[in-house]
Design a binder for this molecule. Structure first.
Ligand code: AMP
Ligand code: MG
Length: 272
C-alpha cells in the first residue's frame, strides 16, 4: 500500500458531508494517468482476491458494502470492476429497486435485513435502505415526519449489525451534474446502453439539487465511526475504482486474518 490516505474521503462522525465542497473530479490519491491507473487496479484486484479468499475461509467476519449514487453514478460499474476476480461463492449483490406491493406492506427495513451478510460473506448493497430517506424524501412518497425518524432507525439498525459482528462501509459515488448529463446522453446515443436508460431518469435529473440536499443530510446524519460514509470522487471511473478497492483492502487487512489451522496434525500425512 502506498502512502495515501483514503480517510480524506471519509466523513467523520458529527461533521457535515459538505458535498458541494468536494470535487467529483478529485484525484489526489493517484498521480498517474488512466493507463497507469488500470495497471494499479490489476494489483488491487489481485490483493482483494487474496483477502477475500482468507475472509471466506475464516467464516469469522461479515462485511457489508453499501453503494449509493444518483442515476449514472456508476454503482454497477463499480461492482463489476472492483470485485472482478473475487470468488463469487463468498460475494453477494443485493439490488434494491422500487419496493413491491408486498414490501410496501411492511416497514422499510423488512426487505433489507434478510440480505445482510453472514459469516465469511461480503455483501454489496446496490442501493439500500438509504433510498427510504432519499427518493422517498425527494418524491414525497411519505411525510417528512416519517422519513426524518428514519435517520435514527438507520443508525441504530447499522449499529446493531456492527455490534453483532458486521463491518460496514458505505460509499457515495459523487459525480458532477455535467458528468451525469454526458452519461445520460451516452445511454441515449449508444444502442447497447439503451437498456440502462429510462425516461424517468430525465425527470429525476430535474431534481438534482433536491437529491444532493437529501444525500448531504443523510450522509451527515448517518456517518458514524463504526459505519462510515466515504464520498468517492466518481467522475473518473478508474479513479473511483482504485479508491474503493483501497478502502476495502485496508479494511480487510486490518482484520489480520490467517488461514484456519487444520483440524488435525497433518505432518507427514500421505494420501494413498
Ligand atoms: P435502478 O437502480 O436504475 O435499477 O433503479 C431502481 C429504482 O428504484 C430507482 O429509481 C430507485 O430510486 C428506486 N427505488 C429503490 N428503492 C426505493 C424505495 N425504497 N422507494 C422508492 N423507490 C425506490
Ligand atoms: Mg436507473
Amino acid at each position: 500500500m502506498s502512502t495515501t490516505d483514503t480517510d480524506v474521503y471519509r466523513v467523520q462522525e458529527g461533521t457535515a458531508a459538505d458535498l458541494a465542497q468536494r470535487d467529483p473530479a478529485d484525484g489526489r490519491l493517484f498521480a498517474g494517468d488512466k493507463e497507469a491507473g488500470s495497471q494499479a487496479m490489476k494489483a488491487l484486484n489481485e490483493r482483494l482476491e487474496e483477502l477475500q479468499d482468507l475472509f471466506y475461509a475464516n467464516r469469522s467476519h461479515r462485511l457489508l458494502v453499501v453503494l449509493q449514487a444518483t442515476d449514472t453514478g456508476g454503482k454497477d460499474g463499480t461492482i463489476s470492476a472492483v470485485f472482478e476476480g473475487v470468488n463469487p461463492l463468498g460475494v453477494k449483490v443485493a439490488s434494491f429497486k422500487q419496493p413491491t406491493p408486498l414490501e410496501l406492506d411492511h416497514d422499510y427495513l423488512w426487505r433489507v435485513h434478510p440480505h445482510v451478510p453472514g459469516n465469511g460473506e461480503i455483501t454489496i448493497f446496490n442501493r439500500s435502505h438509504y433510498e427510504d430517506v432519499l427518493v422517498v424524501r425527494v418524491r414525497e412518497l411519505t411525510s417528512e415526519e416519517r422519513w426524518r425518524r428514519r435517520f435514527d432507525h438507520i443508525r441504530n439498525f447499522e449499529q446493531m449489525l456492527v455490534d453483532e459482528g458486521t463491518t460496514i462501509l458505505k460509499f457515495f459515488l459523487h459525480i458532477s451534474k455535467e458528468e451525469q448529463r454526458q452519461r445520460l446522453q451516452d445511454r441515449i446515443d449508444d444502442a447497447s446502453k439503451h437498456w440502462k436508460f429510462s425516461m424517468g431518469d430525465l425527470d429525476e435529473r430535474k431534481r438534482w439539487d433536491l437529491y444532493q440536499a437529501a444525500y448531504e443530510e443523510a450522509i451527515t446524519l448517518t456517518s458514524t465511526t463504526t459505519a462510515p460514509w466515504y464520498v468517492i470522487p466518481a467522475n473518473r471511473k478508474w479513479y473511483r475504482n482504485i479508491v474503493i478497492a483501497r478502502v476495502l483492502i485496508e479494511t480487510l487487512e486490518k482484520l489480520n486474518l490467517k488461514y484456519p489451522p487444520p483440524e488435525a496434525d497433518l505432518t507427514g500425512l500421505v494420501v494413498e
